[in-house]
Design a protein around this ligand. Structure first.
Ligand code: AP5
Length: 210
């Protein structure tokens, strides 16, 4: 089984949703740059204050900040089955990643823009355990409350329609080239990201076991 995995794909394609299931069922440790940055914002750290300016505008946080943060964490974790959600997001980040981890597979979730806008503007997130819900596609059992840890759900500041459209533009400009990057290395698996969450997970699991 492949144990060094990155999840690629546009905002809202389901990276966080699938990462949660992969950790539960396959024993992966997950590093999510988005979750780490949002925690820094909530804690009011210097990193959080700097990152918030970019995140609220739907822009990428500068490479040097992200690369420093992730390289240190990856080194700390060592030889565990590791899943990266939201990193790398630029060629420069991918080159830096290659110096600290050998990627076994890059799983790319493919979803249309119209579907992405609907998913993100109706997403609700847990501030404590980072579980992800959707008002109609994946509602929590009790309205507004996380199934997993019972915290009150919230809407992310960058999930407004205007910011989502900018995030999609930034994705196309800066992150899409990674599809070619990992494709040329023979490490890319593209999976249709539309359908049931369990159905998509089953395809990912199969790709990891191939
Ligand atoms: P980040 O938190 O990584 O956001 P993102 O990549 O934009 O991805 P999302 O978390 O929005 O979506 P997702 O693919 O995880 O989808 P989800 O599973 O939640 O980054 C946020 C910001 O941080 C960036 O804009 C940037 O500023 C900064 N940042 C982060 N990493 C960085 C980096 N490496 N470099 C520089 N800056 C960085 O699902 C979305 C919704 O769809 C949910 O409501 C879910 O319930 C629903 N859903 C999921 N699957 C399905 C399905 N199959 N059918 C129907 N609905 C579904």
């Amino acid at each position: 089984m492949k144990t060094k995995v990155i999840l690629l794909g546009p905002p809202g394609c389901g990276k966080g949703t699938q990462a949660e299931i992969m950790c539960d069922r396959l024993g992966f440790r997950k590093l999510s740059t988005g979750d780490m940055l949002r925690e820094a914002v909530r804690n009011g750290t210097e990193l959080g204050k700097e990152a918030k300016k970019y995140m609220d505008a739907g822009k990428l946080v500068p490479n040097d900040i992200i690369i420093g943060m992730m390289s240190e964490k990856i080194r700390e974790l060592g030889e565990v089955p590791l899943l990266l959600d939201g990193f790398p997001r630029t060629i420069e980040q991918a080159d830096a990643l290659a110096t600290v981890m050998d990627v076994d597979v890059a799983v790319n979730l493919d979803v249309s823009d119209a579907e992405l806008v609907d998913r993100l503007t109706k997403r609700r997130s847990c501030p404590k355990c980072n579980s992800v819900y959707h008002l109609t596609n994946k509602p929590p059992a009790k309205k507004g409350v996380c199934d997993r840890c019972q915290s009150e759900l919230y809407q992310r500041d960058d999930d407004t329609e205007a910011t989502v459209k900018n995030r999609l533009k930034v994705y196309r400009e800066s992150t899409l080239p990674l599809i070619d990057y990992y494709g040329k290395m023979g490490k890319l698996v593209t999976i249709e990201g539309v359908g049931t969450i369990d159905g998509i997970y089953a395809k990912i699991e199969k790709a990891l076991k191939n």
